[in-house]
Design a protein around this ligand. Structure first.
Ligand SMILES: [Ca+2]
Ligand SMILES: [Ca+2]
Length: 230
């Protein structure tokens, strides 16, 4: 559920993050899109060698249609003065919040059956779990791209986040570790229809990441904005 915080961190191009509020928690299609974008990021960044799966976050989210959980999420959000902007750049802060939320949900007796079931499966497969936030539904594991790919197709898993942290630059579109003119020409190639991947998640990520100014359209202004900020 309120991985809202982690999502905002990931999904929030800063112009859009303030628009990303509690209503989005209730929008299943928006959350599904968010999961797809994160899986797409993991696949592309792992393929580029920019990040690997030796530190991987796996999310088995709660049922967003449950009004009790939504009320708890709202309570946490408002009583903790969650700073969404800060979660964009500060991984330590974002993770601290998720841990705090997990402790709060545990006190409130919230269980997560999907996660319990997944953990049993991971134990059978001898996959090392380095941290487990059971009520929130977030695990950190050590794995590889083959197993991560299987997890992405597991019904219990919403997303697999390679590296487990907000990427250092969302403007490094070609994932070579730098944000520069090559990324601007990457946008131009995207606009020309030259960047279509066979994988739906990867395409969702590219669509999301090329919208540099966060106005929900991909056009030449995004390339300009990237060069200006690079
Ligand atoms: Ca780049
Ligand atoms: Ca745009």
């Amino acid at each position: 559920m309120v991985l809202l915080i982690a999502f905002a961190a990931f999904l929030g191009n800063s112009p859009t993050v303030s628009a990303f509020g509690m209503d989005d928690l209730k929008s299943d299609s928006r959350m599904q899109l968010g999961y797809s974008i994160i899986n797409g990021y993991s696949k592309l960044s792992a393929r580029s060698g920019l990040t690997d799966y030796s530190k991987t976050a796996v999310y088995c989210g709660q049922d967003l249609s449950n009004p009790y959980l939504l009320a708890l999420a709202g309570t946490f959000y408002f009583t903790n003065g969650v700073d969404l902007e800060r979660t964009l750049t500060d991984n330590g802060y974002a993770l601290g919040l998720v841990r705090k939320l997990n402790a709060f949900l545990e006190r409130m007796g919230v269980k997560n059956e999907r996660l319990t079931s997944l953990k049993a499966a991971l134990k059978n497969e001898k996959v090392p779990v380095t941290e487990s936030l059971d009520s929130v539904g977030l695990l950190f594991i050590k794995t590889d791209s083959a197993f991560a790919g299987r997890l992405m197709n597991d019904d219990r898993v919403d997303f697999v986040f390679a590296g487990g942290e907000v990427p250092p630059s969302m403007k490094d579109l070609n994932m070579d570790g730098r944000s520069d003119f090559e990324d601007a020409s990457y946008i131009q190639r995207f606009l020309a229809g030259e960047l279509v991947y066979p994988d739906a998640d990867e395409n969702e990520y590219i669509k999301f990441a090329t919208d540099i100014d966060g106005d929900k359209n991909q056009d030449i202004r995004d390339a300009t904005a990237l060069l200006r900020d690079a």
